[in-house]
Design a binder for this molecule. Structure first.
Ligand SMILES: Nc1ncnc2c1ncn2[C@@H]1O[C@H](COP(=O)(O)OS(=O)(=O)O)[C@@H](OP(=O)(O)O)[C@H]1O
Length: 731
């Protein structure tokens, strides 16, 4: 089973668990809220500004970051299920819970039965401040947000139990609250309303963070980030270092009169000085592109290996010529894009490396025109906001180093994921007018090898509306785009393999690369570029497949295959020679059908995937081809019973030509070799047993019949009837 499949299963399980916990929490909350509304204590008010008060007696408030160890409750739940309670904007159930706390329909004072917590609802508050001693804080820096808080529906919390620790305090506008003589509880300051509290789990073993209003309030969002970190024991925490680079694009471009003048440059330098007080070495980056690059008049160094390449210059979708020109003429090693994979939403933007040019997303685009003061104001205030309210540390680096840093931080982004430029209007507009997105396959035969893929390929080409890719001009072999380094040659390279269809709606282009089936990368890459494509796979008995593949290797004079018997290959142990082990895995792994199929089904819906019984294609190709035509929706219907004939000499079905001649596959398909030894047969039956069981379950789930070879293999599985397997009883 692949990591992706396992992850999906875990995720599904986790979501179910979350949903059940939410439901339970909802019921409990509703029960508590409705069954007891008498306050157990008076709430206080203080004339002092918020957070100027001495803080609670909580045993934790003195403890510095990193967070204290788990509270001494014996059964503290640190499972992130509690996150759902605060994740109000993104989860329907969480929304309900926060809505309860915000609701204007409850009496002003509530006590939660079963929990030592009192809620005061529907308040107008002001002067909100972050409690500096809260152990929750990581990203958030203590400070006071003066003035009225938005809305008049705030809920505040008080308690006399040390499990609760205030995170945010505010003052009640109407003067309500605990009098100066009241005791608001150990976790709370006298006279202040706690609007966000952290439950350490000391009371009932459940750690929580309770918000007295939604996440519309900006400080709540900051606290939410810390709450997630706290509740997951820092598993979901980002570091505090951030890098910033500001490009001023094309400073010499723009109409006469709108370009930067001396005054603009002076203000720019002044801003740079201010920013340097907060970000050491901060330097505005002069971006150059287009025809003004390298004009040299201004004596500004431009050989930094970097050029701004905004979307209109075609960084993504990739124009290969541009990359080559950059490299050759200006030795560009890094540029930036805001289009990959799409312009919006900005948080999904990524970088990638193509043709040794790093394309990263650090570009923050300042206007290239004169008189721009707003941009400068924004950057200065952004930096001071971050310094005042967060513990983030801002750094800067020159573009090249920053790009290296970027891919060091996000190595998974190095490899691009190509998409169809015509699926996004902005991409299409950038895409060259001479290019078309119609030179892409509508369906693919993905393998695995030795299952009859070439026969299927030949039969498909007999159909008047179906055409395939051109063979590789160098190797005459399959394209192998999605599973090899060919992928890094880009989609232009791939499209060159296909003819321009004469009729886009009726013509069916396809590609057959038999190694796509077991490849880890192929399904994700194929689905990104060809999400609507239909996928055809052929399965024969994996033992026969392995044997045919071994014979194929021998015919190609593979050194190890000639040296070792088939049994040696399939039964090689971990300490065997590397050459043998490599041959073994290439021989056996493609036959783990259920694993590979599950991966394809992660990226493609089941109705786009056709699983053909390769044995049936061999014995009754006309019936299979009828089903294939139906699956593809291709017209006109082609009569394969008339077009194919069994060739007794070849021992296989072949194309019937005029005059009764036949066109069969070459010598390399349908080879003559001795039958597999019984010992190897038995070994492989055992080896593939579990996987065949998994395959039968998968086919059952998809509502597909079991091929006869699979039935036979399953019958060898002792004591287990097929119907048991279908019912999901494991062996
Ligand atoms: N009609 C017809 N003609 C010839 N061969 C046929 C046909 N139908 C199925 N087969 C079986 O296809 C096997 C080769 O599979 P592939 O074409 O997928 O092989 S490859 O991966 O492309 O090398 C090949 O395997 P071998 O018998 O081991 O050569 C054949 O058994």
């Amino acid at each position: 089973m692949t990591v992706a499949v396992r992850f999906r299963r875990h995720l599904r399980r986790l979501l179910l668990l979350l949903a059940s916990c939410c439901l339970l929490s909802l019921l409990l909350s509703a029960y508590f809220l409705f069954t007891n509304s008498s306050p157990s204590m008076q709430l206080g008010q203080s004339p002092e500004p918020a957070c100027a008060q001495p803080l609670s007696m909580s045993p934790y408030h003195q403890l510095p970051y990193p967070y204290p160890p788990n509270p001494p409750h014996t059964h503290v739940h640190t499972d992130p299920v509690v996150l759902v309670l605060v994740e109000s904007q993104y989860s329907q159930l969480g929304q309900d819970i926060v809505a309860i706390l915000e609701s204007a329909h409850f009496p002003p004072l509530l006590k939660l039965r079963g929990l030592p917590l009192v809620l005061r609802t529907n308040q107008a508050l002001w002067d909100c401040c972050v409690v500096s001693s809260s152990p929750l804080l990581h990203l958030t820096k203590p400070g006071t947000d003066r003035g009225a808080l938005p809305g008049e529906d705030w809920t505040s919390f008080s308690s006399n139990h040390s499990t609760y620790q205030a995170v945010l305090h505010a003052r009640a506008k109407d003067g309500a609250g605990a009098g100066s003589g009241d005791n608001p509880g150990p976790g709370f300051s006298l006279g202040l309303q706690a609007t966000v509290v952290q439950d350490m789990g000391l009371y009932d073993g459940v750690r929580r963070v309770l918000f007295g209003q939604g996440l519309g309030y900006w400080l709540h969002r900051l606290i939410l980030v810390d709450a997630i970190s706290y509740l997951t024991n820092r598993k979901l925490t980002l570091g505090l270092d951030r890098h910033i680079l500001v490009d001023i694009d094309d400073i010499f471009v723009g109409k006469e009169g709108t370009r930067m003048n001396t005054k603009d440059v002076k203000v720019l330098l002044d801003t740079q000085r201010q920013l340097r007080s907060q970000i050491s070495n901060f330097t505005f980056n002069l971006g150059f592109s287009g025809k003004f690059y390298h004009t040299g008049e201004h004596n500004i160094p431009v050989d930094m290996g970097y050029a701004v390449a905004p979307h209109h210059s075609g960084v993504y979708p990739v124009h290969l010529q541009l990359y080559k020109a950059w490299r050759r003429v200006w030795n560009i090693q890094v540029t930036s894009t805001e289009e990959y994979p799409h312009l919006k939403p900005a948080r999904y933007r990524k970088g990638f490396i193509h043709n040794n040019i790093m394309i990263s997303i650090f570009m923050t685009h300042l206007s290239n025109y004169g008189n721009d003061r707003l941009g400068l104001y924004t950057f200065v205030h952004l930096a001071s906001f971050l310094r005042s309210w967060t513990n983030l540390k801002l750094h800067t680096l020159p573009p090249l180093q920053l790009a290296h840093k970027y891919f060091q931080l996000f190595p998974e982004q190095r490899n691009p994921l190509w998409q169809n430029p015509c699926d996004d209007k902005r991409h299409k507009d950038i895409w060259s007018k001479e290019k078309t997105c119609d030179r892409l396959p509508k369906f693919m035969v993905i393998g695995p090898q030795k299952t009859g893929t070439t026969a299927l390929y030949l039969f498909l080409l007999m159909h008047p509306s179906i055409s395939s890719n051109f063979p590789s001009p160098k190797t005459y072999e399959e394209v192998q785009f999605f599973n090899t380094n060919n992928y890094h040659k880009g989609i232009d390279w791939y499209m060159e393999f296909f003819p321009v269809p004469s009729n886009v709606t009726t013509d069916f282009l396809f590609e057959k690369s038999a190694n796509y089936f077991p490849s880890e990368e192929s399904p994700r890459r194929a689905a990104a570029l060809l999400p609507k494509a239909k996928i055809i796979t052929l399965l024969i008995n994996p033992s026969d497949r392995a044997y045919s593949w071994y014979q194929h290797q021998r015919a190609h004079e593979d050194h190890a295959a000639l040296q070792f018997t088939f049994y040696d290959v399939i039964s090689a142990r971990p300490g065997a020679p590397a050459e043998l082990r490599s041959l073994q895995s290439r021989c056996l792994i493609p036959g783990l059908y259920s694993t590979h199929l599950e991966r394809w089904l992660t990226y493609y819906p089941a109705n786009q995937v056709m699983i053909i019984d390769g044995h049936q294609l061999r014995t009754d190709p006309a019936t299979v081809m009828d089903e294939v035509q139906k699956f593809l929706g291709v017209t006109p219907h082609f009569n394969y019973s008339q077009a194919l004939t069994f060739d007794p000499q070849k021992g296989f079905w072949c194309q019937l030509l005029e005059g009764g001649k036949t066109k069969c596959l070459g010598k390399s398909k349908g080879r003559k070799y001795p039958p597999m030894e019984p010992e190897a047969h038995a070994y492989l039956s055992r080896y593939y047993r579990e996987h065949n069981v998994e395959l039968s379950k998968l086919l059952h789930r998809l509502g597909q019949p079991l091929p006869s070879w699979l039935r036979e293999e399953l019958q060898k599985v002792s004591g287990i009837k097929l119907c048991d397997i279908h019912l999901g009883i494991s062996l």
